[in-house]
Design a binder for this molecule. Sequence first.
Ligand code: 13P
Length: 256
Amino acid sequence: MTTAMRPLMAGNWKMNGTRDSLTEIKAIADGVKNPLSEKIETLLCPPATLLYVATALCDDSPLAIGAQDCHQGVSGAHTGDISAAMIADCFGTYVIVGHSERRRDHGDTNELVRAKAAAANAAGLTAIICVGETDEERKAGETLDVLRRQIFASVPEGATGETTVIAYEPVWAIGTGKTPTRPDIEAAHAFMRLELFERFGAEGKNIRLLYGGSANPRNASEIIGIADVNGLLVGGASLKAADFLAIYGAYEQLHA
Ligand code: 13P
């Protein structure tokens, strides 16, 4: 396993978290200060308002901090947006792009997601590019077609294990308590691995594939044990340090 394939356990706080929540971030930062962190990379993506303080809290912790979106441009007249360079300036190292909630709420297209990922990479950030089918697409048997299209159009040329992470987040599994079956996750991840291999050659094997959608301390061990699942992108269950750390702990069993 190369360094780039160290599993990544990431939390996405979405539009949750105020200064009160810094105690949770501190507890997570402290909770991952143990030898397991050499094998498992951890990342938390709080709202942009907490980025700078959060990275300061993680000064002496292996917990990385990232943002939840960035603009595709470098700077300028884009009221309300933040650039990848601003995230890097706050010592963030990752940014999520193409989350289905951005695609839904802000109309982010695959092409825009690709431009955002490229902007993130240009600023030295690793882009976590989210893909995943809606319930309608799943029921129509289109899951793999959707993944092919999204990966083709949202992942920039020249993607590597250092610049890019892909998160498979079935839209219908986000925040619903529903998860795909084990064979379904296996099939989706094997398919994505093949797509990446075909497009990027051997480097395609170094791009980590996360699963996201109602992952929690109860189902984490099963999901992380599935082939080609190289980590998790956790929403609701990342808000509380106890839950985040329980999921992190699931890796301990896997690597015991
Ligand atoms: P939940 O874990 O709350 O389902 O959210 C998943 C997600 O969207 C992470 O980006």
